[in-house]
Design a protein around this ligand. Structure first.
Ligand SMILES: [Zn+2]
Length: 249
């Protein structure tokens, strides 16, 4: 079932996108898995395992709960590509935990992908980045597209998910070090002002768990960010945000 959208979805998405773009010329549609300029090497960029390296499926624009491209009013939860520069679009980095952990990091990525695409019905993995226990950083959803990770607060926030269940365990030093290096690079790239945990936005969730939550203010300070949700403001033309929340717990 996990491969359902890979071929059929890509073919179907081509026609769908062509039709949508004709009526929404201001929306720029990027190649699903194409190399993004934001992920080019820079002085501060850590090693990031690309989507193709970990075997991410193509974005499925027929997904039932994103339902094609964003349209203000008629499809507010659709796939939204930031029309402005990313530095103007992002204000907050939001930290998550995966809650699920399979045999290893790659197996966990496959489970997250299945959970988000099949169970949640999103077009793609909802997080922008995922960080394994050994410090390996994986590319998720394109940074040029709105994530699907924090209900009501996805527009303008980048989602970073640490793999593990931090209700019961502490993140490893390697995992925290890699996360900080990722955050510092994103600060250079996106100029966000704040870092927060998922639970601060959506109090009903336990994510990212108390053991990781205890580390977040320190991560924010080490990266020169303020801690909390006060910096959040959605992009003016996509104020609906996305009502989705993809975390398992
Ligand atoms: Zn979360």
């Amino acid at each position: 079932m996990a491969a359902m959208g890979a071929a059929g979805g890509a073919l179907a998405a081509g026609g769908l996108i062509a039709g949508l773009v004709a009526s929404r010329p201001q929306i720029v549609v990027l190649p699903n898995n194409g190399a993004l300029p934001e992920l080019q090497p820079s002085d501060s960029r850590p090693r990031i395992v690309s989507r193709s390296e970990w075997g991410a499926l193509s974005v499925d624009h027929t997904a039932r709960n994103e339902n094609g491209l964003y349209r203000k009013g008629s499809n507010p939860y659709g796939w939204y590509v930031y029309p402005a520069s990313l530095r103007e679009s992002y204000q907050t980095l939001i930290i998550h935990h995966s809650a699920v952990y399979e045999a290893d990091g790659p197996a966990t990525l496959m489970e997250i992908q299945r959970l988000h695409r099949e169970d949640r019905g999103w077009a793609d993995v909802g997080y922008h980045f995922m960080v394994d226990k050994d410090g390996t950083i994986y590319e998720g959803r394109a940074l040029t597209a709105r994530g699907a990770h924090t209900a009501g607060f996805n527009t303008g926030s980048a989602g970073i998910c640490l793999l593990g269940d931090f209700r019961f365990e502490a993140p490893s030093k390697d995992q925290l070090d890699a996360t900080l290096s990722l955050i510092r690079w994103l600060v250079d790239l996106l100029s966000p002002t704040h870092l927060a945990g998922h639970q601060q936005f959506n109090p009903a969730t336990i994510c990212p768990g108390p053991f990781l939550s205890a580390e977040m203010e320190g991560l924010a300070r080490a990266a020169g960010l303020r801690f909390g949700i006060d910096g959040y403001r959605p992009a003016a033309d996509a104020a609906d945000g996305c009502g989705c929340c993809t975390c398992a717990l």
